[in-house]
Write a protein of this length. Structure first.
Length: 190
């Protein structure tokens, strides 16, 4: 009986420590030290929540830069890859469909090269970044749709190219939401 009581006490003790106290302590530390990140790195404009720095959104009009395609339609509940293998006909059809739509939107020939990150989905389906090449690829379309000069849009894109994290992790990238918000601000000031 003594062993059973010790087991029950240990279970209750560690449940309180690891299930209540530890999560509470981490939450308090995160809120104090990293308040914005702990709350989702949300972006607000004119009192309206417009998104998160870390979650892609679907931009469909020609006036905006487009993110990577999403296998889960940019929904956080359905986030994830399609899990189609490299020989999958469904994957090939999806990539070809994205490439055809991209070429059509940019008035390109049927075999013109397009940036791979604009035709392949990311592993999460919510990647907020595209490559600088993918952003540069879209400059002419966005500038034309907004009646802006390509050079003006190009300067804005270059301003939003982020270097690899800590200078060596990953590749240079462009956050699509931040770029589109800056584009709207630039367009309003015009």
């Amino acid at each position: 009986m003594k062993l059973i009581m010790q087991s029950i006490k240990q279970t209750l003790f560690w449940t309180v420590v690891t299930g209540l106290l530890y999560p509470l302590a981490i939450t308090v530390i995160a809120q104090l030290a990293f308040h914005n990140q702990a709350n989702g790195s949300l972006i607000e404009r004119n009192g309206q929540m417009v998104g998160s720095t870390w979650i892609a959104q679907q931009f469909q009009t020609t006036r905006y830069f487009w993110p990577r395609p999403s296998a889960g339609s940019y929904a956080t509940v359905l986030s994830g890859a399609s899990n189609y293998g490299p020989t999958s006909k469904k994957l090939q059809d999806a990539v070809n469909g994205f490439a055809v739509a991209l070429r059509k939107a940019h008035n390109l020939t049927d075999n013109a090269p397009v940036p791979s990150d604009l035709v392949f989905t990311s592993a999460s389906g919510l990647d907020p970044h595209i490559s600088p090449e993918a952003a540069r690829f879209q400059i002419a379309r966005v500038a034309s749709a907004r009646g802006m000069g390509e050079e003006q849009v190009r300067v804005l894109v270059e301003k939003f190219v982020e270097p690899p994290q800590w200078g060596f992790l990953g590749e240079p990238r462009v956050n699509v939401l931040n770029l589109n918000l800056a584009l709207d601000e630039l367009d309003v000031k015009k």
